[in-house]
Design a protein around this ligand. Structure first.
Ligand code: FAD
Ligand code: 2HG
Ligand code: ZN
Length: 491
């Protein structure tokens, strides 16, 4: 049966696009190096018809499929399991821009387009495609849609869901659903597009999408500010909304320890207002440990104002905001980028935190959201709980504060063995953090999704009614459970 299936796949996509031997770690190992699977084969179809044929062949053989874009997902959802029986369906070769409709402010693109290439394509045509995240050089728009990715421009433009006008999907039965009309209004029943967005490959394969475009702003100005505490960062966010209105495009917060990791692992980068040197080797003395993420310790904020009038106007707005912030004591130091190059350098520091944390060693990620107003108290309470449970624990706290989304990550104590720490303490750490998130009415996945890493936690934190409806949808669309089984939902 397996031989027959592989033969059928070779006929569909050509023998060079069905990979079974050699080093397949680019498809089998996830970005965080936390999930190594074994694929029966990696198949790389060239177009939607081939995807449909691959899905039909796999369905006929009872073989399950894992859709994969750039394999940059952070929740263990894009790689096969260890059974050696799953086919990885890579969308990498489907990377054409099918159409750019200037009057409709939209572009229709294939799922395997790299996000950065789409930003560039839009810019070349005089438009802005605002989705932006640290992995943009390798993640795909199909993956962005399948995870409903957030990133750094959500305050103004929304998550990937808000940027999508329509989808083309190959269903679990191998049928092609054409939903690429590009309409901004269509109330003809259930919204199928929204079902597939954020479904992480568990309902069907996204093969193309129509995405919104925006006029290019006249100016994009970036400021970096030191703030005395998370509470002050929230006050600054309120002021930024007041002063910048719709111009407020991004608002990121970064703890000092997160920034110290960037300085440590990428010494060529200049990190403004860094107070402490990189974490000292060895566990800090009890009682004198810098409370790295807590409410009374400093953070930095990176914020962007984009403006359709002029650079002078945007700068004036930003300077007024910072004046008000200094007066209220919520900013202790600030710098406004003088040029786009300088702005990119500041953003590069922010985007390097994930890589710096990976360099520091295996770690535990918590991609959580909580009402912005409650974040300072959440951080204070949860920092204290973790520090009490694990003396010397290192908290790498940063994220999209403008959206109430923190990456409240945990690194083993400095003198500890990271692998052993994860093996022995991850469950306890997750329980402390997620129970705290629940007490603050938050979500255990703000933007990365559920994948395999949060499967069990979702069962615990989502209401039985919600889980029941989700299972009914999965059962209806993928009754044989061949689409990325064991991810998002346990059936
Ligand atoms: P993959 O990793 O290949 O897949 C992710 C999931 O989508 C899997 O479940 C997969 O089965 C499914 N999938 C992929 N393509 C399809 C398709 N065509 N049809 C159906 N299902 C599909 N995420 C954020 O939200 N915000 C951030 O700011 C952010 N920053 C990041 C920074 C770094 C350095 C890294 C490594 C990751 C970051 N991520 C971020 C996470 C990741 O980049 C996003 O989840 C991204 O959307 C994944 O895209 P991908 O193409 O790599 O998808
Ligand atoms: C980011 O905002 C990404 O940089 C990654 O979502 C977050 O590394 C992380 O935990
Ligand atoms: Zn993020």
């Amino acid at each position: 049966m397996t031989t027959e299936l592989l033969e059928a796949l070779r006929k569909i996509s050509g023998p060079t696009n069905v990979l079974c031997d050699g080093d397949l770690s680019a498809w089998e190992l996830d970005w965080r190096k936390r999930a190594r699977g074994k694929a029966l084969a990696v198949v790389r179809p060239a177009n939607t018809q081939e995807v449909a044929a691959v899905v039909k062949a796999c369905a006929a053989a009872g073989v399950s499929l894992v859709a994969q874009g750039g394999n940059t997902g952070l929740v263990g959802g894009s790689t096969p399991d260890a059974s050696g029986t799953q086919v990885v369906l890579s969308l990498q070769r489907m990377n054409a821009v099918r159409q750019l409709d200037a009057a409709n402010l939209s572009m229709t693109v294939e799922a395997g387009c790299i996000l950065q290439a789409l930003q560039q394509h839009a810019e070349n045509e005089g438009f802005l495609f605002p989705l932006s995240l640290g992995a943009e050089g390798s993640c795909t728009i199909g993956g962005n849609l399948a995870t409903n990715a957030g990133g750094t421009q959500v305050v103004r433009y929304g998550n990937t869901r808000e940027l999508c006008l329509g989808l083309e999907v190959v269903t679990a039965q191998g049928e092609i659903w054409q939903g690429l009309s590009g309409l901004r209004k269509d109330n003809t029943g259930y919204d199928l597009r929204d079902l597939f967005i954020g479904s992480e490959g568990t309902l069907g394969i996204i093969t193309a999408a129509t995405m919104k475009l925006y006029p290019m702003p006249a100016a994009q100005l970036t400021a970096w500010a030191a703030v005395p505490s998370m509470a002050h960062a929230v006050t600054l966010l309120g002021l930024a909304h007041q002063h910048l209105g719709a111009g407020l495009t991004g608002f990121e917060v970064m703890g000092q320890f997160a920034l110290s990791l960037v300085a440590k692992h990428f010494p060529q980068l200049r990190v403004p207002f860094l107070e402490a040197p990189a974490a000292p080797p060895g566990r800090p003395e009890q009682g004198t440990a810098p409370s790295v993420g807590s409410v009374g310790t400093p953070f930095c904020v990176l914020l962007e104002n984009s403006d359709h009038e002029s650079e002078a106007h945007a700068r004036e707005q930003l300077e007024r905001l910072l004046e008000a912030a200094f007066e209220q004591g919520c900013v202790s130091d600030a710098v406004v980028a003088e040029s786009l190059t300088q702005a990119h350098q500041l953003w590069h520091v922010r985007e390097s935190i994930t890589l710096a944390q990976a360099e520091e060693g295996l770690n535990i990620k918590h991609d959580i959201s909580i009402a912005v107003s409650r974040i300072p108290e959440f951080v204070q309470v949860t920092d204290a709980l973790l520090e009490q449970a694990i003396p010397g624990v290192r908290l790498v706290n940063f994220g999209h504060l403008g959206d109430g989304n923190l990456h409240y990550n945990v690194q083993a104590p400095a003198d500890g063995d990271a692998k052993a720490f994860l093996r022995e303490r991850e469950e306890e750490v997750n329980t402390i953090v997620y129970d705290s998130v629940a007490r603050f009415d938050g979500s255990i996945s703000a933007e990365h999704g559920v994948g395999s890493l949060k499967l069990d936690k979702l069962e615990h934190h989502k209401s039985p009614v919600a889980l029941g409806m989700m299972r009914a949808i999965k059962q209806a669309l993928d009754p044989h459970k061949l689409m990325n089984p064991g991810r998002v939902l346990r059936m």
